[in-house]
Design a protein around this ligand. Structure first.
Ligand code: AMP
Ligand code: ZN
Length: 483
């Protein structure tokens, strides 16, 4: 398998530490808001990677964190130390305990993952029975459950001379690590001391790039709800230490792949790498793999504060199926930026529906997977997850002269990686005629424009033609009226 390794600055052969087994740590959500479609892009990408590795025969050991403490709001690329703790702040805003905030939003993560066919980190399907209390069983790690391990890891860094303490925090001293900026090649001396707000907050901080390992419950954080005892006083961990600790607590000092968005390269992953070296004397991650951004029409990264229809329920509200979003994100390589627009999503929907229509023409008979296509499919996956190649392959397959049932079996097999639920889509009873479908589409447009008068008229018209329309959370559903 070849993937783009950020540190190697190129596509490389992935050679796992243990033959046949791949360990992957994926930076997961900070659970204080419903994730937006930018986050979803990242998770769809890594779901495809996970499924591809399983398909290729690897034993995948994967974990993902749920950040439920210590992730601070930031004003710039560096400043995530002296903002406010996102979870703690939201708890104060909603007037409930931080743990309840985390649990509430973990539920929404599970719901969105389930609707998008994203597997749990341990490879299980997410059913509605899985709730926040079970997340450990399914391969998620919650930061608040690893505080002791974090303290132990920080102690190692301290012993190895990588830290210093001020009245407010314990810091990682980046000047102790020669290749600290290996990811970006940035010259740290260019950053003026004093330009950042937090230097003003802690005047004993030596270098703007030094980052917090342990924040003390003093000054600005006197009222911080979540806090634990530590050798550096009562307080809470920094954000970066969480991922370094959870990954190595589970995999040990070495593991294969670490995933995250490109936004994590200059700070979060730079700091994770520094901490691993600080504690263990060597890096822990063999390959850092990053997904490009989902951007809006103005080419700005989709983020929480931008507003607009950017959560899955909002997308569904617009009349799309979650699988349309999955199709859009899945169909573009993880290293390519995606510019998000309704038009792009409509394009994905059309492509997905056309695919399903074609499958319906092939019938429902069971057949055999065509080996030639299976081999070609594997080659595309091994080639840095070349999904556009996969889609071309599927097109070619659908046009081929193989027996219909074998084509179908092969598409279903490929869908083990794509995760579009094609088999159940094909088996869904489809009662409506083309005319009804057209009317539904027009009605959908009317609803999008909030033209409810027109939408009601069309509903009645469809009713006259013998079908009842139901507006559900996943869009319009149509049922034949029994005579
Ligand atoms: P956060 O909860 O902010 O830590 O983000 C969770 C994951 O989503 C991280 O791996 C981010 O890199 C990723 N992410 C956030 N925004 C975007 C975006 N607009 N496009 C792609 N990935 C994103
Ligand atoms: Zn992380």
């Amino acid at each position: 398998m070849k993937l783009y390794s950020t540190l190697d600055r190129g596509v490389v052969d992935i050679i796992p530490n243990k033959e046949g087994e791949v360990s992957i740590y994926s930076c997961g959500p900070t659970v204080y808001f419903r994730m937006h479609i930018g986050n979803i892009r990242a998770y769809v990408n890594w779901d495809i990677l996970h499924r591809a590795l399983v398909y290729l025969g690897y034993d995948v050991k994967r974990i993902m964190n749920m950040t439920d403490v210590g992730h601070m709001t930031s004003k710039d690329d560096f400043g995530d130390d002296f903002g406010e703790d996102k979870v703690d702040k939201q708890a104060q805003k909603e007037g409930i305990q931080p743990l309840d905030i985390a649990n509430k939003y973990i539920e929404t993560v599970l719901e969105d993952f389930r609707n998008l066919n994203i597997l749990a980190p341990n490879g299980s399907e997410i059913t509605s029975e899985i709730i926040y209390m079970d997340v450990n069983k399914y391969g998620w790690t919650r930061a608040t459950e690893y505080i002791e391990e974090m303290i132990e890891m920080i102690k190692k860094m301290e012993k190895n001379g990588y830290t210093y303490e001020t009245k407010q925090a314990l810091y990682f001293d980046v000047s102790k690590l020669k290749d600290y900026t290996i990811f970006t090649g940035q010259d740290l001396s260019e950053k003026e001391v004093g330009v950042r707000e937090e230097v003003g907050v802690d005047s004993d901080k030596r270098n703007p790039a030094d980052f917090v390992l342990w924040m003390k419950r003093v000054g600005k954080y006197k009222e911080h709800i979540m806090n634990w005892e530590s050798p550096w006083g009562n307080g809470f961990p920094g954000w970066h230490i969480e991922c370094s600790t959870m990954s190595t607590a589970i995999f040990g000092e070495y593991f294969d792949i670490h995933t995250g968005g490109v936004d994590h390269i200059p700070v979060h992953h730079t700091n994770e790498r520094a901490q691993n070296i600080g504690a263990y004397g060597h890096p822990s991650v063999k390959y850092w793999i990053h997904n490009e951004w989902l951007v809006n029409k103005e080419d700005l990264k989709i983020s929480k504060s931008r507003g607009g229809a950017d959560t899955l329920p909002e997308i569904v509200q617009l009349g799309f199926n979650p699988m349309d979003l999955r199709y859009l994100f899945m169909s573009i390589n993880y290293r390519t930026r995606i510019s998000f627009s309704k038009e792009a999503l409509e394009g994905a929907r059309n492509a997905r529906l056309a695919l399903i229509r074609r499958l319906k023409e092939l019938g429902k008979e069971e057949g055999n997977v065509i080996e030639k296509y299976k081999e070609d499919f594997k080659k595309e996956l091994e080639n840095n997850l070349n999904i556009s190649g996969v889609l071309a392959l599927v097109n070619d397959l659908l046009k081929s002269d193989y027996p219909k049932e074998d084509i179908l079996a092969t598409v279903y097999d490929i869908d083990r990686v794509l995760g579009l639920d094609l088999e159940s889509e094909n088996n869904k009873e489809d009662e409506s005629t083309d005319e009804i479908k057209d009317l539904l589409e027009i009605r959908q447009e009317a609803r999008k424009k909030k033209d409810f008068k027109e939408s009601d008229r069309l509903r009645d018209l469809i009713y006259e033609k013998g079908y009842r329309v139901l507006d559900t959370s996943t869009g319009q559903e149509v049922k034949k009226i029994d005579e």
